[in-house]
Design a protein around this ligand. Sequence first.
Ligand code: FAD
Ligand code: SF4
Length: 512
Amino acid sequence: FQQLALVLGDQLNARHSWWQEVIPNRLVVMVEAAEEASYVRHHRQKVLAFFAAMRNFAQALADKGHTVLYLTLDNPQNPGSITTTLSALVEQLEPHLVTLQEPDEYRLQQALETWQNEHSAVAMKWCSSEHFMTERTVLVDWFGERKSYLMESFYRRMRQQTGYLMDTANKPLGGKWNFDKANRNALPQDASIPAPLLFANDVTELDQMLNARGIETLGEVNPKQLLWPTTRRQSRELLNHFLTTCLPNFGLYQDALTDRGWSLFHSRISFALNSKMLSPAEVVERAIDYWQAHQDEIDLAQIEGFVRQIIGWREFIRAIYWQQMPAYAELNFFDHNRPLPEFYWTGKTHMKCLRESIEQSLEYAYAHHIQRLMVTGNFALLSGINPDALDAWYLGIYIDAIEWVEMPNTRGMSQYADGGLLATKPYVSSGNYIDKMSDYCGSCHYDVKQKTGAKACPFNSLYWHFIDRHRDKLAGNHRMSLILKQWEKRDPSQRQALLNQAEQYLEQINTL
Ligand code: FAD
Ligand code: SF4
């Protein structure tokens, strides 16, 4: 073979230009690397879904006539990491060229660059993964070097650039860029939630292989019925299911929390997107086409809310990652250093909101955005959990967790550890917000209305403890000034009672 073409586990893009023609002297290389399966403790469903999707992708390439070398985890020729595999193959096959698609993770970018420097005799060609709609440098290209970036400004530019949901005069459809205010409803008691489309992929053999190789994972799985899509066809089915059954209510209940269903009206396409089985442009265009054909059932606010997540948040988050790494991984604005409470791994807590969010994460490798942000993330920020520990948790537990998207969401959006680079204020709330948006509090061990006492909802006192302990750092943020004033105006004895309550809860955090 004159050419080796490396395909990483999250580069399953069947529409990539590499696959337009069969190149006779090219060997496509894919490897189930033990290193990738264990650099953090991943949810078992995540490891299984990635390996199953990789296998299906390799088979689809082979069916089209491409020559593929696929090294399974248990293949004795598999040296366990991507770069050692490349080294062994280069030595054995002496290719003239190694081609690869830009990795999305800084860690892999570094490893592959180092490999390139150590193998300067072999030509290496870096190609785009042809997945994202923007370049890694888009933030600086558009807005220059700044201390903070606004997603909304980025999103508007994306709308103008792509023409999505714009009228003929290049103005936003409906006269507004953003219908977020219409998208903040709790779920009514009588609302019916669609049953999620679940696949039943049999991954028993893969599961046994993980056992045999001693890959440590977390969470639960039924290996006879892996529910996540592992082919492009299934990914498209999931998208179709979303459009036909969830899109009409997507925006409306995007921020709702409930114990009546685990994915509500969310699309659950993040794994298909992040593994690149679906492309963001394809998803948005199909969604807009569907909305255009069904405007009697789906209003503009729903489709706008969905498009914003994909061309706004997703692309913005990726741009932040590439602009900020590697320093971003170390940021800890509030100097938070408390270990992650044990119940994040088990769900064993009396706090119903956390129990629901964590138990379903262990069961499905999934929680929707508001569970991640306003329940597990909010509690961690209020309690002062170390962002490194949280990064490892979010990176491990979710089916869609890849560092480029997990880290800015966790460190930046959820923990404000970047001091406000991407969020205009810390996402913190007392129990009141969770009560308003959920049906969790009614059946919780704690009383959301109480601020002190044995039954007081921990979010209430922890919220004020957070405000008090960081008042100096928060003082410069005009969006926090009202809250700070409210705190200062309180009677000193009330303040002290809240702080004492929070201290007591923090001391017994593992038993809450
Ligand atoms: P939907 O609600 O149906 O949204 C549609 C799509 O929009 C998603 O599939 C996703 O691709 C995109 N999207 C929405 N919000 C975001 C966002 N903030 N950042 C990037 N894309 C977004 N998303 C990941 O893909 N991987 C992660 O590891 C990840 N970690 C997160 C950690 C924290 C602490 C928080 C607060 C959010 C995280 N998110 C992450 C963002 C978001 O929660 C998930 O993308 C979403 O819950 C996936 O479910 P869904 O496909 O049903 O999304
Ligand atoms: Fe969560 Fe507090 Fe509500 Fe319980 S009362 S579910 S701890 S917000």
